[in-house]
Design a protein around this ligand. Structure first.
Ligand code: ADP
Ligand code: ZN
Length: 712
């Protein structure tokens, strides 16, 4: 089928509301329309789904999407339905009636995309159903999502994926598109082989995710406070990864104590709790998920704004995939890694527990890479992308090392002090003890060994413990000192150490910024007005989502809300022009969002008036349930003054309960008159209403009328 160039863009706008394709999407879609087998490798958030969804809509017949996780299926189907696209899934959560009615809808050609799990796909019964479909409405293609699951070399091998080669035998003329975010050569070859792809073209897009900001922070004693400040000063949903279940539970508890909306997720919780916690996160009912690495595979929440690793990941690939769960929507998001030496020890310990020696060796190399990344002073993307065989030129301007290059300082003298202390203590101690000696600590252990008598005792008081630790780490990583791997981490001098002591070698280390400087950078002052409207639109989205029991981002992604907040459309036509708005969405939600934006704009043009102290006291008594007469009595003020207060408070949008002040019937009568006469003074309204109404009541209702009429 030939599709003219411009109409692919039109179709993109029509079905998904986007104006432009993400890198690679268009080529892939064009190829898919020629019915070839394809292997698509794109990083998380690259926009893989669209690569099979759009062709499915443009081709005749039904596309079968194989997806390993029920939650993912549900999510994608919800999103498609919300774009007015015929999509459905068949899985074990449906009862017989639901299954039958869905099958009927499929046979009637109402569905363009059908999601199934591999187990079902390969059942005898389902294959017959497929035959029937092929001969009636036609099957336009198979899309195999998370295709790395066929490979033992990938991280989530699933045996049932292996049987899928049957599709190639049975339906040799129907194209298969395999999709994954795992890029290693082995996995790639395996996918082609195990799925029996024919002359498949491979699309490998760059693994660079320009919208993600990468940062590594030293983890110190107060790092919990730092984490807390981070969460409080950054907006949006976040994931925090920890190494163990225990860490997860402890951290969640602390955050909850500090009034952060957080829930745990790890393999020790039962299925039900896990899926509830996950769903609450997806639906923005909870802001933070604290998790072990078990969390993430089934999540395609696109608007995760930050991923924090509170413990060291074991491999750079893990780090890339886990941190990559941030910012799938292409909006700016942050990936922060807290790095501490003791975590390295923990991971090393775990590696030592492995029985297979070659595996241990691989793990050690992987850990080494992870440490290189964490301690690196060059652009973070260079090390990260080299892991995937990509050459990156550096200077990304979106990582800590590019934005705040760490000053490199000459610490030769400090190094000499440190190393000679190691020598004087006879190379029998670890870093902590060396620092204690340098800083002149009076710990019992020092006295026991007589180390307070050494010439190096107390010569390092001018530096903090953290600074000495930073130096020790840097010496280790530059190979300027060695350390035993017997579990005791005893420092040993090597050839290079002696060169330093003999003044034959200088030592330069990258110095980390002080905490205060870092915190200051956190407070990025954003466009405050846009930010307020954005939050309000998010509130409206959440409200609508809850009403329909769907995830908020299904309605509009953050990027679309942000555009709304920036452009502040005033008409449906202007609204329709925003990227992400389809005709369908316009009909569904246009009016609601438009009216929220309009009322925001109107409020902005009104001078901001705040209640006076006296008005605030009246408000507080009103909220305590006192009636007007009582408030007047308590305060020693005239009744009419209290009414004036309350009227003003209503106009200032303070929480006054008008139903406690006047009956609904009376209010309606007064409103009727004002609707006709307009916003006039009290006398003409009173004349119209007659003696049954007093000025106080009329003033109150007029304020209420003003407030309501300004918002719509
Ligand atoms: P992946 O499966 O590759 O991780 P998704 O298919 O889930 O990524 O897409 C990630 C996000 O990007 C989704 O929210 C999707 O709606 C959005 N997206 C995809 N293509 C585009 C595009 N061309 N323009 C804007 N947003 C897009
Ligand atoms: Zn960089």
């Amino acid at each position: 089928m030939m599709i003219p160039q411009e109409s692919l863009e039109q179709a993109l706008k029509q079905f998904f509301g986007y104006d432009t394709f993400r890198p690679g999407q268009k080529d892939i879609i064009e190829k898919a329309l020629t019915n070839q087998d394809l292997l698509v490798i794109m990083p998380t958030g690259g926009g893989k789904s669209l690569c099979f969804q759009l062709p499915a809509l443009l081709k005749k017949g039904l596309t079968i999407v194989v997806s390993p996780l029920i939650a993912l299926m549900q999510d994608q189907v919800d999103s498609l339905l919300d774009n007015g696209i015929g999509a459905t899934f068949l899985n074990s959560t449906l009862n017989w009636d639901e299954l039958k009615s869905r099958e009927l809808a499929i046979l009637n050609g109402k569905i363009k995309l059908l999601y199934v799990a591999p187990e079902r796909l390969l059942s005898e019964k389902f294959l017959f159903f497929l035959d029937r479909l092929k001969n009636s409405i036609g099957i336009s293609g198979f899309a195999i999502d998370e295709a790395h699951c066929v490979s033992e070399w990938g991280h989530d091998f699933r045996p049932e994926y292996r049987k899928m080669i049957l599709l190639r035998y049975r339906y040799s003329d129907i194209p298969i598109m395999a999709l994954t975010a795992t890029a290693t050569e082995r996995v790639k070859e395996d996918i082609v082989k195990q799925l029996g792809l024919q002359n498949a073209e491979t699309y490998l897009s760059s693994f660079n995710r320009p919208n993600l900001y990468y940062e590594v922070r030293p983890k110190e004693r107060q790092s919990y406070n730092e984490l807390l400040t981070y969460i409080r000063t950054n907006k949006g949903a976040g994931i925090i990864y920890c190494l163990s279940r225990k860490n997860v539970d402890e951290l969640t508890f602390r955050l909850q104590q500090d009034n952060i909306s957080a829930l745990p997720y790890h393999a020790g919780l039962n299925d039900e709790v896990r899926s509830t916690n996950q769903n609450r996160f997806i639906r923005d009912d909870v802001r933070i998920i604290v998790a072990t690495i078990a969390f993430g595979m089934g999540i395609n929440k696109p608007d995760v704004r930050f991923v924090i690793h509170y413990n060291l990941p074991r491999t750079l690939e893990n780090y890339y995939q886990e941190s990559g769960r941030a910012g799938r929507d292409g909006e700016p998001a942050k990936c922060i890694l807290f790095f501490t030496f003791s975590d390295i020890k923990r991971v090393e310990y775990l590696i030592d527990q492995q029985s297979d020696e070659t595996q241990q060796k691989i793990s050690r190399q992987q850990l080494r890479k992870m440490i290189d990344y964490s301690e690196g002073t060059e652009c973070r993307r260079i090390i990260q992308l080299s892991y995937f065989g990509e050459k990156f030129k550096g200077n990304c301007q979106n990582c800590d090392n590019c934005l705040q290059p760490k000053p490199v300082e000459d610490w030769t003298i400090e190094s000499q002090k440190f190393l000679s202390c190691v020598a004087r203590t006879k190379e029998r101690f670890g870093i902590t003890h060396i620092i204690d000696v340098l800083r002149g600590s009076s710990k019992k252990k020092i006295m026991q060994y007589g180390h307070h008598l050494l010439s190096t005792y107390g010569i390092g008081k001018d530096r903090t413990v953290e600074e000495w630790r930073m130096l020790g780490r840097s010496l280790l990583h530059q190979g300027l000192i060695s350390e035993t791997t017997d579990g005791y981490s005893v420092l040993k001098l090597n050839k290079k150490s002696w060169e330093i002591l003999k003044k034959e070698r200088d030592v330069k280390i990258a110095v980390t910024l002080s905490k205060k400087d870092q915190l200051l950078k956190e407070y990025n002052l954003k466009n405050a007005e846009g930010e307020i409207l954005f939050e309000r639109l998010k509130g409206l989205r959440k409200y609508i989502a809850d009403l329909h029991s769907i995830a908020p981002y299904v309605i509009f992604p953050d990027s679309t809300l942000r555009l709304m907040a920036q452009m502040k459309p005033q008409s449906l036509t202007q609204f329709a022009n925003i990227s992400g708005i389809t005709e369908y969405k316009l009909k569904q939600y246009g009016e609601q969002f438009l009216s929220e934006i309009r009322s925001f704009c109107q409020e902005q043009t009104l001078p901001i008036k705040l209640p006076s102290d006296s008005e605030m006291i009246t408000l507080s008594l009103h909220q305590q349930g006192l009636n007007v007469n009582k408030i007047a009595e308590v305060r020693g003020l005239a009744i009419s003054t209290i009414y004036t207060h309350l009227s003003n408070l209503i106009e200032m949008r303070q929480p006054v309960e008008i139903s406690h002040l006047i009956s609904v019937e009376k209010r309606q009568e007064i409103v009727k008159v004002i609707d006709v006469k307009g916003d006039v003074s009290l006398t003409p309204i009173k004349e119209e209403l007659g003696d049954n109404y007093n000025y106080n009541e009329i003033r109150l209702v007029r304020s209420w009328w003003r407030k309501s009429n300004r918002t719509c």
